[in-house]
Write a protein that binds this ligand. Structure first.
Ligand SMILES: NC(=O)c1ccc[n+]([C@@H]2O[C@H](COP(=O)([O-])OP(=O)(O)OC[C@H]3O[C@@H](n4cnc5c(N)ncnc54)[C@H](OP(=O)(O)O)[C@@H]3O)[C@@H](O)[C@H]2O)c1
Length: 287
């Protein structure tokens, strides 16, 4: 049993913390808005009032927050940031989806303090977080990873170490970009099929049966057909991730015209009022 702190009780962080509690770890949580910690405290977690107090006895500290800005605040805020009070033997795990530039900067901060750090973003959404079926992409030192692996295995079903700090985040952004491109294309094509007078249900069934349709697009097609856009991976986070992919490309002199076009479409759908809908809600632009 390890002492594990989870910083960020959003949709993903809360579910990951529950998996850790189920695995009998001693879990402490923190969230910017205290009310979101209620359910997890009922499930057996302790709650702390700042990231700094939350991690002071931790063996592992996991961050699962929205973006670069939030990550910076939870780890490095001059008064409440977690890094300053992490025990020397602890391991810090950044699981939020962030820019690669920021992830590397953060990794350097931990290196300077001699504290183990992994970037460990995940693929999979709320149901996968709930059932410990997340797919992890890991950047960081192999020895640090070996120590953290049993903890990650209580939340994930596939754990992929890739390389040095930042490589997990790079992989995650690539996976999400491919997902965003596919679902954006699917939404457009459903619009086309309907406008050409085809029966939507029949056309989608045929599309899904072909080898060109990925399992992710197949699942999304079913959601679109049912007009079920309840948030799992909300459009506003998809757009954030695509813009982070573009920033990563810019920093590495890579060209991503298709990702850029897709990011523009998701940004437009936010303006149209679909920010809180699931990624599949992009289809509403064309239905
Ligand atoms: N949803 C998915 O399907 C999915 C899948 C894989 C990865 N991810 C990634 O995982 C991360 C969390 O996603 P989520 O779905 O859990 O998002 P979420 O439900 O929107 O939760 C966001 C969390 O970040 C916190 N936060 C936001 N800004 C903050 C700030 N400035 N300082 C401190 N805390 C801040 C929020 O605190 P408050 O409660 O106080 O607002 C909340 O705990 C994101 O990086 C996301 O891209 C999401």
């Amino acid at each position: 049993m390890a002492k594990i702190t989870v910083l960020g009780m959003g949709a993903m962080g809360a579910r990951m913390a529950l998996s850790l509690i189920k695995a009998k770890h001693e879990v402490t949580v923190w969230n910017r808005s205290l009310e979101k910690t209620e359910l997890i405290v009922q499930a057996g977690a302790a709650v702390a009032d700042t990231p700094r107090t939350a991690v002071q006895n931790a063996d592992f500290a996991i961050s699962m927050v929205r973006d670069d800005e939030a990550s910076k605040q939870v780890w490095l805020d001059s008064e409440t940031g977690a890094l300053a009070s992490l025990p020397q033997k602890a391991i810090a795990i950044e699981s939020s989806t962030l820019t690669v530039v920021w992830t590397k900067e953060l990794g350097q901060q931990f290196e300077q303090r001699g504290i183990g750090f992994l970037d460990a973003p995940v693929a999979g959404t709320r149901p996968q977080a709930e059932t410990a079926q997340l797919i992890y992409f890991i950047g960081g030192d192999a020895e640090v990873f070996a120590q953290a692996k049993p903890i990650l295995q209580t939340m994930g079903s596939a754990i992929h170490p890739i390389g040095s700090v930042g490589s997990g985040m790079t992989m995650k952004l690539a996976v999400n970009a491919l997902f965003g491109i596919q679902i954006s294309a699917l939404g457009e094509l459903i619009g086309l099929l309907r406008k050409c007078g085809l029966d939507e249900g029949k056309a989608l069934k045929i599309l899904a049966s072909t080898p060109v349709c990925s399992p992710a697009a197949k699942g999304a097609a079913a959601g679109i057909l049912a007009r079920n856009f309840a948030p799992m991976f909300p459009i506003e986070l998809v757009e954030k991730d695509l813009s982070y992919t573009l920033k990563t490309a810019e920093a590495n002199d890579a060209k991503l015209p298709l990702v850029e076009a897709t990011q523009n479409i998701f940004a437009y759908s936010i303006k149209e009022g679909y920010a809180e809908d699931n990624i599949t809600g992009i289809a509403q632009l064309y239905l």
